[in-house]
Ligand binder design. Structure first.
Ligand code: ARG
Length: 458
């Protein structure tokens, strides 16, 4: 077991199983790159401010750089009794360059160190998530562009409501993701801040230059209050929220994919590459990827709740409870990145069963609103028209027909103003194209929507 960095005032050491419980190295080794980057910036600043000698700073930096390459080559081992990534690296540095390594921690604490690592990490990951969202949006738009004229049933209450353009349906997810992306972008203002130099909680007596480390690390600003710097975990809650809401959106989309690919709907066929089989039923092709994504929102929303509960009632400043911020965030980030990549591949490779969709919309009552609108063009008040159409639909149900099969005589019995042009009026593709309002599903409106989206995307 290694000597504790804080061993001085202790007469006894914790037993191994206590060390095990206390340690975070199992998961905070994820932060090695950020930890070393932060330490290098700090070492440069210490020399610049004459707090350590330039040679000492150079030795520290060279030592840290070597530790990182050795780690990447699998040549660095961590020790649970050294708790976390910060103490493990410091220990490794002192082992390699001797006492000079012990000067690195001058004017800082693990509290501002871990906060710096987490800010750097979250910032980098949020930017990657934004890129993945954009890439998925691009795929959605590409598929949508090919299906402006593909008509499908639009639903409310999961009951056929009105025919819509398939592109219009898909593009709804573009907009949800656009808002998600906006939230991630906005959160960067609160992530991209340097806590380094706050030290344990109260700042430091050394003449450090916080602005220098802020700039070296590429942060846009720095915390103005040292206690806030080490106790703020809002940006983690916010990121978990943004991830969870995006996952909620993906789960809604996933649910549609699952329904669309069922034999009952048969609107799409998923590619084999994004489906799996059954170990017992040879005929099966299951939408496992979509189901997993639908399910995974449970994890991310759980991590969000867990972080909120961890922070509730915490006094200032650093408390060890905060070590609990990492695993949930790492897992949520891993989950959303995987989900976005998989979803994009799934949408890109799915087949849209255009002919079947056409047959579907020709065999339902989703054109009933149109019939009412037709009567309105004949000066029938909408309420009366609604009542008349309701009766016609009832007649159809009793006679096993759809609106396009009703004989003209029957229509005229229902209302004398109905003429022969009703059949073209009721065709699903015409129901869609008559929708001309801004943002509607009409093919022209969808094309305009696509134009707006394409300027936004580029
Ligand atoms: N492993 C700790 C964490 O993740 C680092 C900070 C520890 N600071 C302390 N004073 N014990 O939060």
């Amino acid at each position: 077991m290694s000597e504790k960095a804080w061993g001085g005032r202790f007469k006894e050491k914790p037993e191994d199983w206590v060390d095990e419980f206390n340690a975070s190295i199992h998961f905070d080794k994820t932060l090695i790159k950020q930890d070393i980057e932060g330490s290098i910036a700090h070492a440069k600043m210490l020399a610049q401010q004459n707090i350590i000698a330039p040679k000492e700073s150079d030795d520290i930096i060279a030592g840290l750089e070597r530790i990182l390459t050795d780690f990447e080559d699998g040549k660095v081992e961590f020790d649970v009794s050294l708790e976390d990534i910060h103490l493990n690296i410091e220990h490794e540095l002192i082992k390699r360059i001797g006492d000079t390594g012990g000067k690195l921690h001058t004017g800082r604490s693990r509290n501002d160190q871990v906060a710096t690592d987490m800010h750097l990490y979250t910032k980098e990951q949020v930017s990657m998530i934004i890129e993945l969202i954009t890439s998925f949006q691009t795929t959605i738009v590409n598929v949508a562009e090919q299906h402006v004229d593909t008509i499908m049933p639009g639903y409310t209450h999961l009951q056929r409501a009105q025919p819509i353009s398939f592109a219009h349906h898909l593009l709804t997810y573009y907009w949800m993701l656009e808002r998600d992306k906006g939230r991630f972008h906005d959160s960067l203002k609160r992530i991209d801040i340097s806590p380094l130099g706050a030290a344990a909680l109260s700042g430091t007596t050394y003449p450090i230059d916080r602005q220098m480390t802020q700039e070296l690390l590429g942060f846009s600003s720095l915390y103005e209050n040292s206690m806030d710097a080490v106790s703020d975990r809002d940006y983690i809650v916010e990121t978990l929220h943004n991830i969870s809401l995006t996952m909620v959106h993906l789960s809604r989309f996933a649910e549609e994919i699952i329904f669309w690919s069922s034999a009952e709907a048969n609107f799409i066929t998923l590619s084999d590459a994004f489906s799996t089989g059954s170990s017992i039923m040879p005929q099966k092709k299951n939408p496992d990827m979509a189901e997993l994504i639908r399910g995974k929102v449970g994890r991310t929303a759980g991590h969000l709740t867990s972080m909120l509960m961890t922070l509730k009632g915490l006094p200032l400043a650093y408390n060890k409870d905060m070590q609990e911020d990492k695993e949930g965030l790492f897992d949520a980030i891993h989950t959303i990145k995987g989900s976005l990549r998989i979803f994009e591949g799934m949408v890109d490779s799915m087949t849209i069963n255009v002919d079947h969709l056409k047959e579907t919309v020709n065999n339902d009552f989703s054109n009933a609103t149109e019939l009412a609108d037709y009567l309105v063009t004949k000066d029938v008040p909408f309420r009366t028209a609604h009542e008349i159409v309701g009766k016609i639909v009832l007649w159809c149900i009793q006679n096993n027909k759809y609106l396009l099969d009703v004989p003209l005589t029957q229509y005229q019995e229902a209302h004398p103003s109905i003429e022969d042009d009703i059949y073209s009026f009721l065709k699903p593709e015409n129901c869609v194209s008559r929708r001309i309002s801004h943002g509607s599903t009409g093919q022209n409106a969808v094309k305009q929507q696509l134009e707006i989206i394409k300027t936004q995307l580029h």
